[in-house]
Write a protein that binds this ligand. Structure first.
Ligand code: GLA
Length: 401
């Protein structure tokens, strides 16, 4: 039995894309890739000025692209209706209600123009992604970062750094698509490094790369198959609740984000919140940030057991205080905790469905997948999917001959 879902190789994917590109757009093109991400710990801390600890994955979104000599923007995706072509224009960079996925790349074109990087001509882009959509592994962030990379490389915007690809992607998502996400997903997709996780202070964007290949265990992602439908509206509500908490706390202690507070400091000021929901939301943001600092230290010391324990505590906080989980994901996590060889397990990403991330000892991985699959099917009638995460590099061009 193979360990988890086996993805098509890059060669196979590019082969399929080339034949569709040639039929659809014709002409020569260049190839690009931007990965998805899995967050190990530090959830819903990135818009609270806290720390996160994601790794880029080896799967993500691919693009074949070329510039045009007019102002048309033609976009197609092998994932959507067999590569049906959407035709837009540089003169119409506005959000379209019926634009679906194309709003993400169009938002990035808009963000380039909005930051003074006028696009000299339109583009043809064919995409293909192997991140299951709505799984909380950042398919949309990878699409944004990838589009930024395509524009930078095709038009020679040398001032755009990898970090800028992340901030331009976030800008598109916040101001064009209307999801008030933090910086984590785009940052991981742009800045990932093979075999490493990124310890990022989202307040200052100061980062450290930490080796994340474990001797006798692996990162196993479990996809509940439940799509995070509520994610966007509930996400924006959580963010607003945290901002409200900051406003109230700053009447007794000058802070501009919850990430500035230690748990001790929070205990001293929390009574000012009065409202029970606000208290729980703020407590999650503060304690999750503290757990992330502790987890990073533990990992550097090689103490994976403590890292796993903190992952478990993170889940409980997301389930009870932040309320961003759902029965299916809770089940997968609670059952994982009971299984042999599981060092830690929690929900990962924005929540309301999507995936869990677990650290599982090598010799127990098959059993982990078999038992969880069976129990999940019995309980919910759903199939769980498993991916072994292999921390990969950030967005880059792929040389093709
Ligand atoms: C989504 C957002 C991120 C982050 C996570 C939760 O993935 O895009 O910015 O807030 O949720 O940690």
């Amino acid at each position: 039995m193979s360990l988890g879902t086996v993805f098509k190789s890059q060669k196979e994917i590019l082969g399929e894309m080339k034949s569709v590109y040639e039929k659809t757009f014709g002409g020569s093109y260049r190839a690009f890739f931007a990965p998805g991400r899995v967050n190990m710990i530090g959830e819903h801390t990135d818009y609270n000025g806290g720390h996160v600890f994601p790794c880029a994955l080896s799967f993500g979104t691919y693009a074949l692209a070329a510039k045009r000599d007019d102002r048309k923007v033609r976009l197609a995706s092998l994932n959507i209706r067999g590569g049906e072509v959407f035709e837009g224009s540089l003169d119409d960079l506005v959000y379209h209600e019926d634009g679906g996925w194309t709003n993400y790349p169009m938002g990035v074109l808009w963000a380039f123009e909005e930051t003074g990087r006028k696009l000299p001509s339109g583009v043809d882009i064919l995409y293909f992604g192997n991140i299951p959509a709505g799984s909380g592994l950042s398919s949309s962030a990878s699409l944004e970062v990838l589009t930024g990379l395509v524009l930078r490389e095709l038009f020679g915007f040398e001032d755009v750094s990898q970090e800028d690809l992340a901030t331009l992607g976030q800008m598109a998502e916040n101001q064009f698509v209307g999801m008030n996400c933090g910086i984590m997903d785009q940052y991981a997709s742009a800045m990932g490094q093979k075999d490493h996780a990124i310890y990022l202070d989202t307040n200052t964007l100061k980062k450290e790369y930490a080796p994340f290949v474990l001797k006798d265990a692996k990162i196993v992602i479990t996809n509940s198959g439940v799509k995070h439908q509520l994610a966007s509206s509930e996400y924006n509500t959580r963010r607003a609740e945290c901002e409200k908490a900051v406003e109230k706390i700053s009447s007794v202690k000058p802070v501009s984000t919850l990430g500035e507070l230690t748990t001790k400091e929070f205990e001293k000021v929390k009574d000012v919140l009065k409202d029970e929901t606000l208290l729980r939301r703020a407590r999650h943001a503060v304690t999750e940030n503290a757990r992330t600092l502790e987890a990073y230290d533990a990992l550097l010391k090689g103490d994976v057991e403590t890292f796993g324990k903190l992952m478990n505590e993170s889940h409980t906080s997301l389930e009870k205080d932040y309320e961003v989980s759902c029965p299916e994901v809770d089940f997968l996590v609670h059952e994982a905790w009971k299984l042999p060889g599981v060092i830690g397990s929690r929900i990962t990403g924005g929540g309301f469905g999507g995936c869990t991330v677990s650290i599982v000892k090598n010799e127990h991985i098959e059993n982990f997948m078999e038992v969880l699959q069976k129990k999940y099917k019995e309980k919910f009638g759903l199939d769980a999917e498993f991916y072994i995460a292999d921390p990969g590099d950030g967005a880059h061009e792929i040389r093709i001959d």
